[in-house]
Every structure is written in structure tokens, then in C-alpha cells.
Write a protein that binds this ligand. Structure first.
Ligand code: BGC
Length: 271
């Protein structure tokens, strides 16, 4: 598989929320490999963020680690101000930070509901708003990109697949879908492109229980027509492409990167 991404994002400045682990880490590394300077946001695991930053610097790119809870307006504003101070501007936002707090519906607490909506949906709103403000201020710089800026929202197959036991998470991702599309519609005339990636089951800490044991993995694979679990690189390569001018005419789209999980695999032999 070709893995040489160098040059795709030369001289661009990126911020990846939740860039210290899982899909965010994969995106941060791939953006660095593609030539971008990368701000790696984390909420609490500072050593992991510094590990990712060191790996990007190893590639000869600029990288910084920035702590912020994306659900808090003042944290998000501080994070953008700091990134712009260090990098000069921002061209790419990977709106990735997200979490699950699962519970049967009748037992779900308001705290669990609010925390998941707060990080997964309000967090994407707050970060996209700060990014859009910077893109509008700066406008298009033709030597850098045909767009004034690119936002990639990390959604999920659960923006369309209902998910029992995870109503807060599914509701947050359904919300991300309309947040993304409405922002894309509003900001397209300003040359700001906004798209989502909807990952299926990707091997990361968020769903460890679903792949850790052979029995769990076997059960999971019945939901994936491609019969393999995804890796962070599957998402990261898509993110690099969506952030680059190779996708310049794409805005308001959700790209499903899911091995066919959204193809109703139960109907492959029935119905
Ligand atoms: C969730 C994972 C899950 C996957 C497929 C993701 O959005 O975070 O826990 O494995 O969707 O169901």
C-alpha cells in the first residue's frame, strides 16, 4: 500500500483535538507525514501527547502539545490563541476528541448524557467556531491551499446506525452530522470546506472490549462485510486526503470508512 504522504499538506498548520491517542493520534502522525505542522490537543494524558509530538518532530515538522477540555469555551479559546501564536495561523482542524459513557437507557444519568454531548457535539461546535473565525479573518492564501480552511469532523457509523445502550453517543454523532452539513452550507461561499469521516469499528482504546478477546473480535467481524477491524491509519489517510486540495470540490460530505458496516450486513443472507 502506498504510504508516502509527503507534500500533500506542505506548509499547512493543523490542530487535532484528542490527538494523543487512537484515531486522533493516527491523524496527527499522518498530517505530520504529509508536511503539516501539528498541534496535538489532549485533555489529561500529557505524556502520550508529548510522545506524539516527539514522533512528529522526528519527521522534521513542527509540533506542540496543548491541554484543553473541548467542552469548555475558555479552554477552546485559549487553545486556538496558543496554536495561532505558535504557528501563525491554522489551516486544518481535525475535530476528533470524543468519548463514550455507556449505560442502559433507563439507567443513564444526566451526567453521562451531558458529558458525552458536551465533548462530542458541543466540543465540535466550539472548536469549529474558533477555526472558522481564523479562516474568515485570513481568507485564502493561494500558495498554501485553494480553501480558506478545512474542518474534518470525526463522526461515526452511529450518525446513521441506532445504538442501543449508547443513546448519548448515537445522539451526539447524529448531531455532528447536521452540525457539519449546516456549517458546510453556510461557509462554502467563503471557501471553507467542512466534511465528516464516519469510522466503523477501529482498533483503539475506546472500543477495546469489542476486539480484545478472540470471541469478541469474532462477534464484531460479523458486523463488518470486509471481515477485518479497521486501523487508525485507515482513517488517517482519509483525513489527509480530505484536508488536501485533492478533495477541493467536496464539502458537506460524510465519508464512511467502515469496511461496509453501514451496508446492513444482516441482510447479506436474509431479508
Ligand atoms: C464507537 C466504537 C464502535 C464503532 C462501531 C464507534 O463510533 O466509538 O465503540 O466499535 O463505532 O460500532
Amino acid at each position: 500500500m502506498p504510504t508516502d504522504l509527503s507534500g500533500f499538506l506542505q506548509n499547512q498548520k493543523a490542530l487535532v483535538t484528542g490527538g494523543n491517542s487512537g484515531i486522533g493520534e493516527g491523524c496527527a502522525l499522518a498530517l505530520g507525514a504529509a508536511g503539516a505542522s501539528v498541534a496535538v490537543n489532549y485533555i489529561s494524558d500529557e505524556p502520550e501527547a508529548h510522545r506524539v509530538v516527539a514522533a512528529i518532530r522526528q519527521m522534521g515538522r513542527d509540533a506542540i502539545a496543548i491541554q484543553a477540555d473541548v467542552s469548555k469555551e475558555e479552554d477552546v479559546q485559549r487553545m486556538f490563541a496558543e496554536t495561532i501564536r505558535q504557528f501563525g495561523t491554522i489551516d486544518i482542524l481535525i475535530n476528533n476528541a470524543g468519548l463514550q459513557q455507556d449505560a442502559p437507557f433507563h439507567e443513564m444519568t444526566l451526567r453521562q448524557w451531558e458529558r458525552v454531548i458536551g465533548v462530542n457535539l458541543t466540543g465540535q461546535f466550539l472548536c469549529a467556531r474558533e477555526a472558522a473565525r481564523e479562516f474568515l479573518r485570513r481568507g485564502v492564501v493561494p500558495e498554501v491551499s485553494r480553501a480558506a480552511g478545512k474542518i474534518i469532523c470525526m463522526s461515526s457509523v452511529h450518525e446513521v446506525i441506532p445504538w442501543a445502550g449508547h443513546v448519548n453517543y448515537a445522539a451526539s454523532k447524529g448531531g455532528v452530522m447536521q452540525l457539519m452539513k449546516s456549517m458546510a452550507q453556510e461557509l462554502a461561499p467563503k471557501k471553507i470546506r467542512i466534511n465528516s469521516i464516519a469510522p466503523g469499528a477501529i482498533r483503539t482504546p475506546i472500543n477495546r472490549l469489542a476486539w480484545e478477546t478472540p470471541a469478541a473480535l469474532q462477534a464484531l467481524l460479523t458486523l463488518i462485510p470486509d471481515r477485518r477491524i479497521g486501523e487508525p491509519e485507515d482513517i488517517a489517510r482519509t483525513a489527509v486526503w480530505l484536508a488536501s486540495d485533492f478533495s477541493d470540490y467536496i464539502t458537506g460530505a460524510t465519508i464512511f470508512v467502515d469496511g461496509g458496516m453501514t451496508l446492513y450486513p444482516g441482510f447479506a443472507t436474509g431479508g
